[in-house]
Design a protein around this ligand. Structure first.
Ligand SMILES: [Zn+2]
Length: 430
């Protein structure tokens, strides 16, 4: 028995070697450069003390290291809070033929989430707002499995499913009209104010953290038109009001300007994509404090890989019609002072490439520090999680990453991460 249990422990250690350093006791991180995401400045030569899964203090590098502390030397690195993306789809493989979700069982979807969650964490994204799955509640299961230690992955806030009109942007479309989908694919379908309220309740009662609603058509949903509104302002408001009773917020997928304005006026927390927004929409977002989560990288991926892999012509056309417009709108929104939170639509492109959008955000008007803040403290505020993540601050989770050299001088360097810690556990180290 003793041998068996020792073998079991060894097997566990081999299965997850990266978490072999347990989160307990005191750890001291020597940081050559440390990014203060709250203040938007970089400090040289700092000492970060961690106790268990939390940050205990941040002091000048000359401070004394307590006896017995484990020391991690990151003096050659830029040390930052773990990155946060507000728009991932960790469940499934969105890329591929439009009906691909129907070729995969719920179990296969769940295991794809295990793979995708691990890739995302190892890319330095220690928190994600996961913004929808075709099969309802697979994301809830993944979140819970990460939280209880079964699966390695980022902290997750999840949507449970898509709230969408029937045949709308959140549906699997393109089948013959007489083919009936299983109910878990259609959990969030609603076509009136009472139905929206009822679906929002069902999702939040079922374990979702927030609501994802599809306010307009989509690029990657067959038949739907990105510029066309799918829910009315009244229906969007019903979702916001119902979610608010649970202390939850609503994220609205919206490409068309009218759909964006309907969603902002309805009180959603964030606009996803925002591809075809006009000046009035930008002014309204600024006025209401609505966050913009714009996936300005992945249009290039779809245009090149989608074309190579012969994605449907309709998808490629709609991608072409939204990519440049979205980038110009993004530039205007940045200039207008709209709150920008990081989100890339990973799942449309491969998980683990999440940092590729950082240089794009600089190209379209942000400073490197503002881009990093959008992927740390601003994203944390959007999620309502600024009390626990988003900066290296005493009391928050010890979610810390590091990039060799002066990372802020070249945001493309975030693709080559040297160190990832989540909750005091090292998953990738020098
Ligand atoms: Zn998406």
């Amino acid at each position: 028995m003793r041998l068996t249990s020792r073998l079991a422990v060894m097997a566990l250690a081999v299965a997850s070697p990266l978490s072999a350093v347990a989160a307990q006791g005191l750890t001291a991180i020597r940081a050559g450069r440390l990014v203060d995401a709250e203040k938007g400045v970089v400090h040289r030569d700092q000492l970060v003390l961690l106790r268990g899964e939390r940050i205990e203090s941040v002091q000048p590098g000359s401070a004394r290291i307590p006896a017995g502390a484990r020391v991690i030397d990151l003096t050659r690195y830029t040390v930052l809070p773990g990155l946060i993306t507000c728009h991932t789809h960790l469940i499934g493989d969105i890329t591929g033929p439009p009906l691909a979700p129907l070729e995969r069982s719920g179990a296969q979807e769940a295991f794809s989430g295990v793979r995708n969650a691990r890739a995302t964490l190892l890319a330095g994204f220690t928190t994600v707002r996961d913004i929808g799955t075709y099969r309802a509640f697979v994301d809830v299961a993944l979140r819970d499995a990460i939280n209880d230690g079964t699966v390695i992955g980022p902290r997750m806030a999840v949507a449970g499913a898509y709230v969408t009109v029937s045949t709308g942007a959140g549906e699997v479309t393109g089948m013959a009209p007489d083919v009936v989908l299983p109910s878990d694919f259609r959990f969030g379908v609603a076509n009136s104010v009472p139905e929206v309220r009822q679906r929002v309740r069902a999702l939040l009662n079922g374990g979702a953290d927030f609501i994802k609603i599809l306010a307009t058509g989509a690029v990657l949903t067959r038949g739907t038109k990105p510029g066309v509104s799918e829910f009315t302002e009244e229906e969007l408001k019903a979702a916001v009001d119902q979610a608010a009773q649970y202390g939850a917020f609503v994220a609205a997928h919206a490409h068309g300007a009218e759909g964006i304005k309907n969603a902002v006026r309805a009180g959603v927390r964030s606009i996803e994509h925002g591809s075809l927004m006009d000046d009035q929409a930008i002014a309204l977002m600024k006025e209401r404090g609505t966050y913009l989560v714009a996936d300005i990288y992945n249009g290039d991926y779809i245009a090149s890989v989608g074309r190579e892999q012969k994605w449907p012509a309709e998808f490629l056309r709609k991608n072409d019609e939204t990519t440049e417009a979205q980038r110009q709108g993004f530039r205007k929104a940045v200039a207008a002072g709209v709150k920008i939170a990081y989100g890339t639509d990973s799942g449309v492109y491969p998980h683990g490439w999440n940092a590729k959008q950082l240089p794009y955000m600089v190209r379209y008007g942000m400073t490197p520090m503002a881009a990093i803040q959008s992927a740390t403290i601003v994203a944390a505020r959007l999620m309502g999680w600024e009390d626990r993540v988003g900066s290296i601050t005493a009391g928050k989770f010890a979610d810390i990453i590091a990039v060799e050299g002066d990372a802020m001088a070249d945001l493309a360097s975030f693709g080559k991460l040297g160190f990832v810690m989540k909750g005091g556990v090292v998953y990738k180290g020098p």
